[in-house]
Structure formats: structure tokens, C-alpha cells
Write a protein that binds this ligand. Structure first.
Ligand code: SAM
Ligand code: SF4
Length: 441
């Protein structure tokens, strides 16, 4: 059977799709890059905001038309939306034949065969306290970058967030399996790995905590850079910051999701830190890791966010001067604590206005922070062609800033010293040092 797999949402879903491809590599399935050739279409879905659901509903409309032409086509939903809506999806969308949640992928081959043979609908949605897929090493196209999932699930229950319900309890994958995956990637030519988890820095497997895990992965020859996402501000003990400071392979970039700057909103979100504690952590990070770059996530329009509370978020963003930020409108998720406890009482127009304002503020901050690098020399890992001009290469510096360099004579996968000659809010422009004209003075 030919299987077409489409992925929506975060890096964890991208990684899970790599797992699914590997699990389906059992002789009876073959992946196809073309929807029209498929016997089975799988959508690996996201549930984090309503817009993610809407995209899938739109895609299902298209698949319905396809299925009218080919009634034997099997349509399956995987991932967080599948786990979140379960039977409801099968009941309300007859085009769907099977639903499988994030802990059920090992049962997928059997499920697809059963649906195919019986013509019945299939459902696999049990969440596991143990499944880490530690015994499944994704087969993927070799590349400069790769993700490695090191823990799954989340126990934090931030009140706005659906993840603990769609991905279940927090569990860490054994370090040996993570290091083996990193070693195999290095042998295939990967230079940079990003360790993934919904709450990645709460990683713990027996005596190995997250700092120890990072240091173990850093021992793998051939892996030059190590990043991680998404951490929670509550799990940054000193040894972790010291490890990032001292090891050259650990990138000096920390994603530190703020979500809101007002104490009452933070408390209602159940983020477990106050504005003061967040700012103290930022100071401690900057004191410990000089030159570190910081990025963040912010939610606008959480229930009860009045003008003063929003102003507190603006003030924190101005004070911290993050290098970049992802800014979202609050989207009420069914069954979350916020949905049960609080009315979604900030008008849509106000949410939009706040997102626009914060994006404008952040654009100014990112631009001014990026411009400070003009004239400096940074090491850039070249990742591939630039999207705007295929003659240029796109890479990243240690702080995760995008750097565009003229591509002539350069190898993707190499790390080269580059002088920054221009900067915008999103990109730095660099000249490889060897290509810079020599000073005549
Ligand atoms: N674990 C990370 C943390 O603790 O911050 C975040 C992971 S979450 C999958 C990614 C981001 O989506 C969050 O940081 C948050 O800003 C955003 N998000 C989650 N739930 C949301 C919701 N209901 N509405 C809007 N944005 C949401
Ligand atoms: Fe969601 Fe992150 Fe909070 Fe976990 S820590 S509930 S993934 S926002």
C-alpha cells in the first residue's frame, strides 16, 4: 500500500512523522510523496490552537472530494487533534477511517490493515505512561539538522494548554538511546541536533538530568552544535546554565517562554513564576552565559487580561529585549482548566490589536539587537539555499540567528567565519571572511 503522510504543527510532530515512516517500513507499506498515488492518507495533526483544527477541517474537505473518486482510499488522523477529539472525529467526519494518538504509532500497521480488511473504522487512542519510542530510530533523509525527542508528555497543566491531555504524562527516554540516535545521525553527516520535548529541561532518567544529558550528547564526535526546545522557565538550575556556558557545542541560545508579564495572569495560567522571578532568571542567564540570545512565546488575550495586564507584558518585553518572539492570540481549548474556570472574555478585536502591537514592538527590538552584530565576526553553520535567492546560502549563528551569505564555493554543512555586514529584524547578512576585501590602510 502507498502511504502519503502530511505533518502539521510543531517539531515534535515532525519528529513523530519520522517515527511513523520508520514504523510503516515493514514491507507492506511504501511512502509516496504524491497524494494522488496514495492508498492511505495520514494527517499528523496539531491541536494547540483552534486555527490548527481549522486547517485540518479544510484539508478533510479536499480529501472528501478525493475519496469520492477513489472510495477505497483510507484516511487517517494522527497526533494531537486525533487524541483530543477521538471518537467525535469519526462520528462527525465520515471521510475519516482511522484515528491514532501520539502513543499508538507502533500499532498503526495493524490498525491500517484491520481497517482495510474489515471496512470498519479504527481507533487507537490509549495514552501510555511509558512509551518513549526509545527502540525506534527514525530513518530520515540525511541532513545538516535533525531533531531527537528526548522526553514526551507534560505534567505542568498550564491552564490554557491542551498538551497534557493530548500527549499524556511526562516521561523521559533513556539516555543511551538518545546518544545512540545522535551517534547514528553524526555518522550520516548531521552536524546539529535539537533535543525535543514539551517540557524538555525537566528531563530526568534515573540519575541523568537534563544538564547531564546535554553533556553526554556533546561527547558524540561529529555533532558540532546542540540545541533544545521547548524548555519551561521553572527548570533552569545553575548546573544547566553552567553547562551551556562552558561547553562549546551547547548553543548559547535559550527559548524562554514568558506567556504573560502580569502576575495575576501568570497565576491564572498556572505558570508557577511571577514577573519578578522571570526577570531574575533572565538576569541570572545573562550573567552566567555572556552574549546568550533569548527568544520567547507570548499569549495575548488570556481570560481577564485587561489593559494594565497587557501593559505589564509589553513592559517585560521592553525590559528583557528578547532577540525574537512568537506571539499568539489566546485560543480557548476544550477541557483545559482555563476553559472550565474562566470565560474567554477578551474580544477577538482586542486580541488581534494586542498581537499587532507586540509584533511591532518585537520587530523594533529584534532589528536593534540584530544591528548590534554589524561588523562582528560569527561562526555560521550553513544549512542550505536561501529561500529568497538560491544563489545565497542560509545558515545560523550560535545564537540561532539566521544569516544569509553569498553561496559561491561554500559547502552546506560547513561552519565558516562570517562578518556581519547588514541586519534586519529577521536576518543578518554576512560575508565569508575569506571573501572580504583586504584593508588597504
Ligand atoms: N512547553 C512550552 C512552555 O512551557 O512554554 C510550550 C509548548 S506549547 C506546545 C507552544 C506554545 O504555544 C506555548 O508556549 C504557548 O505560547 C502557545 N500556546 C499553547 N496553548 C495555547 C493556547 N491555548 N492559545 C494560544 N497559544 C497557546
Ligand atoms: Fe503546555 Fe508547555 Fe505548559 Fe506543558 S509546560 S502545559 S506544554 S505550555
Amino acid at each position: 500500500m502507498q502511504v502519503y503522510l502530511e505533518t502539521y504543527g510543531c517539531q515534535m510532530n515532525e519528529y513523530d512523522s519520522e517515527l511513523v515512516r520508520t514504523i510503516l517500513h515493514d514491507g507492506s507499506f511504501r511512502m509516496t510523496p504524491t497524494l494522488d498515488d496514495a492508498d492511505v492518507v495520514l494527517l499528523n495533526t496539531c491541536a494547540i490552537r483552534e486555527s490548527a483544527h481549522d486547517r485540518i477541517y479544510g484539508r478533510l474537505g479536499h480529501l472528501r472530494a478525493l475519496k469520492q473518486r477513489n472510495p477505497r482510499l483510507i484516511v487517517g488522523l494522527l497526533g494531537c487533534m486525533a487524541q483530543n477529539l477521538k471518537q467525535e472525529l469519526l462520528a462527525t467526519h465520515p471521510v475519516i477511517d482511522l484515528v491514532a494518538g501520539p502513543d499508538s504509532y507502533k500499532r498503526l500497521p495493524r490498525l491500517i490493515h484491520a481497517v482495510c480488511d474489515s471496512g470498519n473504522k479504527g481507533l487507537e487512542i490509549d495514552l501510555s505512561e511509558y512509551e518513549t519510542y526509545a527502540d525506534v530510530f527514525p530513518t530520515r533523509a540525511p541532513g545538516v539538522n535533525a531533531w531527537i525527542a528526548c522526553m514526551r508528555g507534560c505534567d505542568n497543566f498550564c491552564t490554557f494548554c491542551v498538551v497534557p491531555y493530548t500527549r499524556g504524562r511526562e516521561r523521559s527516554r533513556e539516555p543511551e538511546s538518545i546518544v545512540t540516535e545522535a551517534r547514528r545521525l553524526a555518522e550520516a553527516g548531521t552536524k546539529q541536533v535539537t533535543l525535543l520535548g514539551q517540557n524538555v529541561n525537566s528531563y530526568r532518567f534515573e540519575a541523568t538530568d537534563f544538564a547531564a544529558l546535554l553533556l553526554r550528547v556533546a561527547e558524540v564526535d561529529g555533532i558540532e552544535r546542540i540545541r533544545f526546545t521547548s524548555p519551561h522557565p521553572k527548570d533552569f538550575p545553575r548546573p544547566l546554565l553552567q553547562a551551556i556556558r562552558s561547553h562549546p557545542k551547547l548553543c548559547k541560545h535559550i527559548h524562554l517562554p514568558l506567556q504573560a508579564g502580569d502576575d495575576v495572569v501568570l497565576e491564572r495560567m498556572r505558570r508557577t513564576y511571577s514577573q519578578r522571578e522571570f526577570l531574575d532568571l533572565v538576569d541570572e542567564i545573562r550573567d552566567t552565559i555572556p552574549g546568550v540570545s533569548l527568544s520567547t512565546d507570548v499569549i495575548c488575550g488570556f481570560p481577564g487580561e485587561d489593559d494594565a495586564a497587557f501593559a505589564a507584558t509589553e513592559a517585560v518585553m521592553s525590559r528583557v529585549q528578547f532577540d525574537s518572539a512568537f506571539i499568539f492570540k489566546y485560543s480557548e481549548r476544550r477541557n483545559t482548566i482555563a476553559q472550565r474556570k474562566y470565560a474567554d472574555d477578551v474580544a477577538e478585536t482586542v486580541k488581534t490589536e494586542r498581537v499587532v502591537r507586540l509584533n511591532a514592538l518585537q520587530k523594533e527590538i529584534s532589528g536593534s539587537r540584530n544591528r548590534r552584530h554589524i561588523g562582528s565576526t560569527v561562526d555560521v553553520l550553513l544549512e542550505g539555499p536561501s529561500r529568497k535567492n538560491a544563489a545565497d546560502l542560509l545558515g545560523r549563528d550560535d545564537g540561532n540567528r539566521c544569516v544569509v551569505v553569498p553561496g559561491t564555493g561554500l559547502d552546506v554543512g560547513s561552519t565558516i567565519p562570517v562578518q556581519i555586514v547588514a541586519a534586519s529584524a529577521h536576518t543578518l547578512i554576512g560575508q565569508p571572511l575569506a571573501a572580504m576585501p583586504r584593508s588597504t590602510s
